[in-house]
Design a protein around this ligand. Sequence first.
Ligand code: PDD
Length: 283
Amino acid sequence: MLVYLNGDWMPAESARVSAFDRGFIFGDGVYEVIPVYGHRPFREAAHLARLADSMAAVGMVGQQFAIRWPAILARLTDTLRSGDGSLYLQVTRGSAPRQHAFPANAPPTVFAYARPGDPTAGAGFEVAAILCDDIRWGRCDIKTTSLIANVLLVQEALSRGADEALLVRDDRVNEGAVSNVFAVSAGRLLTAPRDRLILGCITRDVVLELAAELGIAVEERAPSRAELVGADEVFITSSGREVAAVTRIDGAPVGSGVPGSVFCRLHTAFQIFKEEVRMGKRV
Ligand code: PDD
């Protein structure tokens, strides 16, 4: 596998980063994951805009952070033989003697690679979820590599026989540990608004656009715990899972316990949308 590291291209086995890298020491970094369909990075501009927002939010500003991503992404995409896969991009605040304050002159560490294969391979169409307290910090809108809370939450879900943890804070179900969450009640979608408590997500945006095209009503308000478990349908969205039905929460069936009709309409619309992206008809 060919990877990009700090301006150079090399086999993954040759890529080396300092043990004093702030990504390693502090989790002081930001990242993106971009699905690729038919050699086309999906919503590249939106992903790069979110990366720029994440970098600005953590003070990664200035000339040293001006990275020419489109050329890097084009070369990475070329390495995907089947044309399908995903791109991973990460920027850390570089390597410097350990102290919390930003280092004065450390160049950032910039790393990127392409993972071949269907971006959703292995991801279920139907998932089981658990509800967990949202133990993350207050800036969930920043896509930071400091993911220990998300790691623990996913592991908790797996240890309880589920696939995803849905996160509750002040009786708001904001999002999943690795996804956004939607409840469906009386044919209407309910999902948390874009604020600091969720990641402003690309798949979520596409689903909202498709819902508008299909005439499905949307309320951007986080469901309460009771609204979520009492919903007719629940589904999650992410770059890795696209749109997946949550058919069990804490072991109990959601609605009738099978993927619901609103989910199925959106899932089908998403597959058609993806094919149109592959053919270059839509972005
Ligand atoms: N994460 N919320 C969280 C906390 C996430 O980590 C993700 C995805 C999403 C969905 O975002 P998007 O639709 O833009 O992929 C929501 C990625 C895929 C990851 O960390 O691997």
